[in-house]
Design a protein around this ligand. Structure first.
Ligand code: CA
Ligand code: CA
Ligand code: CA
Ligand code: ZN
Length: 350
């Protein structure tokens, strides 16, 4: 599955974001929903994705049919940070759909996967969750913000199985090939990872190695946000933590289904010049850092280091920047653990 990044002027996006932040007419219902905890709209969402939460590797898309996924795969969770517009628009995400009518906040508790509005709700919920995760790590308060702004998201009806982040419009687009892309939180958060990178370093990913780092970070963030949400809501996880896209990939991978994994054994010499394939070198290092230092410390080091990456950074420079960030934030032991993770991937000069 292609996950491509288009490149262009970041400046062009500023107007888009500014437009989206203009609040629409205030409706009493939405205004209340945005402020009072008890009034937050309660939405049906997947607990990351149906394969991960059930462990059932035999689930199939079933032509987007409701019967293909049991009701037990859904959970009810609050939609937070909505603005007063009455749409799926808020502090961290604004969803536009080109398939089906816009979701109604009054109905977010009753949509199922066959409804176009279900993916709109998933996109809003998981982009918000991903930014809340970054905020929980201190980004936007103690540390600089990392894409702490309204993220435009568009859902298209495309034949191709393809989602991507376009930094021309700083917009994420989700396709509907195979399993609808926005039915898998790990696909949503992967794409959001590109938006985070681009916010940290405008135009990030202009070389094969920096592109691979971008893919790797998207996968790492997807796994991290899924685990964060599972812990927060008490949702079951019955597939390997290292498996990304358990549900989107049922149509194109053998069981156990994974789009990619973050615990592979590739090393630097295994590069093939394709960003997703080569990203598995970098994502394994990030996963090892997480295993060594814990989710919170690893997340803080990894994201904070990325502010210092050049748009065309090499594995070597990015690894050294991450080691230096660990040293500065947590001292020698943390730096040694980070260095060991990159050395295990045989990244030169580290
Ligand atoms: Ca669907
Ligand atoms: Ca798909
Ligand atoms: Ca997963
Ligand atoms: Zn990607």
């Amino acid at each position: 599955m292609a996950r491509r990044i288009s490149r262009g002027l970041v400046a062009a996006a500023t107007a888009t974001v500014a437009t989206l932040t203009l609040a629409g007419p205030v409706s009493a219902q939405a205004a209340g929903a945005g402020t009072a905890g008890s009034a937050l709209p309660q939405a049906r969402v997947f607990m990351v994705n149906p394969v991960q939460s059930s462990g059932d590797q035999s689930l199939t898309d079933g032509k987007d049919g409701n019967a293909a996924v049991p009701a037990s795969a859904y959970a009810v969770a609050a939609l937070r940070n909505l603005d007063a517009s009455g749409a799926l628009s808020g502090k961290w995400a604004a969803v536009r759909s080109e398939t089906g009518a816009p979701a109604r906040l009054a109905d977010v508790g009753s949509y199922s996967r066959k409804d176009d509005q279900f993916e709109q709700v998933m996109a809003y919920f998981w982009v918000n969750e991903a930014q809340e995760y970054l905020q929980s790590l201190g980004f936007g308060s103690e540390l600089p913000g990392a894409n702490d702004r309204v993220q435009p998201v568009r859902i298209n009806q495309w034949g191709a199985d393809n989602s991507f982040f376009s930094d021309t419009k700083t917009e994420i687009r989700f396709g509907k090939g195979g399993v609808d892309d926005a039915e898998d939180a790990e696909v949503i958060v992967h794409e959001y990872g590109h938006a985070v990178h681009n916010a940290q370093v405008p135009g990030f990913g202009t070389s094969p190695e920096s592109g691979a780092i971008g893919e790797a970070f998207g996968d790492f963030l997807a796994v991290s946000v899924g685990a964060y949400a599972d812990d927060k809501y008490g949702w079951p996880r019955k597939t390997d933590l290292a498996c990304v896209g358990d549900w989107d990939s049922v149509e194109y991978s053998a069981a156990p289904h994974c789009l990619r994994r973050v615990d592979g054994n590739k090393v630097y010499a295994d590069r093939v010049g394709e960003v997703h394939a080569d990203g598995e070198i970098w994502s394994r290092a990030l996963f090892d850092i997480r295993q060594a230092l814990g989710a919170r410390t690893a997340g803080r080091i990894i994201v904070n280091a990325q502010f210092g990456f050049r748009p065309d950074t090499s594995f070597q420079d990015a690894a050294l920047a991450t080691v230096a960030t660990a040293q500065r934030m947590y001292g020698a032991d943390a730096a040694a653990a980070v260095r060991a993770a990159f050395r295990a991937r045989q990244i030169p000069g580290v």
